[in-house]
Write a protein that binds this ligand. Structure first.
Ligand code: 5GP
Ligand code: MG
Length: 185
């Protein structure tokens, strides 16, 4: 399937349908719910991209939990992150001794997750795990642990389901690969 934006400049090729995403989210919620049964983890959502995934995940989750958010930014161009990542908005929750589950949209080079785990570790949680909807293993620059993963995806720039390109396309219910400038635009 292909779509063009109003200006006809951007081609979107379907990578994961809403049905496939829904299946992945339900499976992840079952795994997380089973592993954290009887505990009350803090789900740490990574803004902005993970907000749609997190919202769907918690509605499938049969578990008592808390939620908080962090935001990170990397220096560099729009579609690829550099190794220089900083935390631009931190936790409001005291997470010392708590079970933390990082909820990420996509792990690409790994720099963002690596930086976030370092930030969280300094706050002395009781445990720390990572749940990512997507991972691009071909792009990895630093090794990061992924405890729960929706799917591995090829090295293409994805949009939809929270993922943006220049702040657009986050609201698409499916996930697409974006190919720019096919019409020479
Ligand atoms: P990393 O630091 O692992 O290279 O990148 C992590 C962040 O880059 C993700 O949380 C996400 O915000 C962004 N990112 C990585 N790959 C993609 C992609 O294919 N599409 C979009 N929209 N963002 C991506
Ligand atoms: Mg992100």
């Amino acid at each position: 399937m292909e779509e063009r934006d109003v200006a006809g400049r951007v081609a979107l090729t379907l990578v994961l349908s809403r049905e496939e995403i829904g299946q992945m989210v339900r499976r992840l919620a079952l795994e997380v719910g089973r592993d954290y049964r009887g505990r009350r983890p803090v789900l740490v959502g990574v803004l902005k991209g993970a907000f749609v995934f997190l919202a769907d995940l918690v509605r499938e989750l049969d578990l008592d939990f808390e939620v908080d958010f962090v935001r990170l930014a990397s220096y560099g161009s729009g579609t690829t992150s550099s190794g220089r990542v900083r935390v631009t908005a931190g936790l409001k929750t005291d997470v010392a001794g708590r079970d933390l589950l990082v909820v990420e949209d996509i792990i690409d080079t790994g720099y963002t997750t690596e930086r976030l785990l370092r930030y969280l570790r300094a706050r002395r949680p009781g445990s720390m795990k990572v749940c990512a909807l997507l991972s691009k293993p071909a792009r990895r620059k630093v090794k990061v642990p992924i405890d729960y993963l929706g799917a591995e995806v090829p090295d293409r720039f994805l949009v939809g389901y929270g993922l943006d390109y220049a702040q657009r396309h986050r609201g698409l219910p499916d996930i697409y690969a974006l190919e720019e400038g096919r019409d020479g635009a």
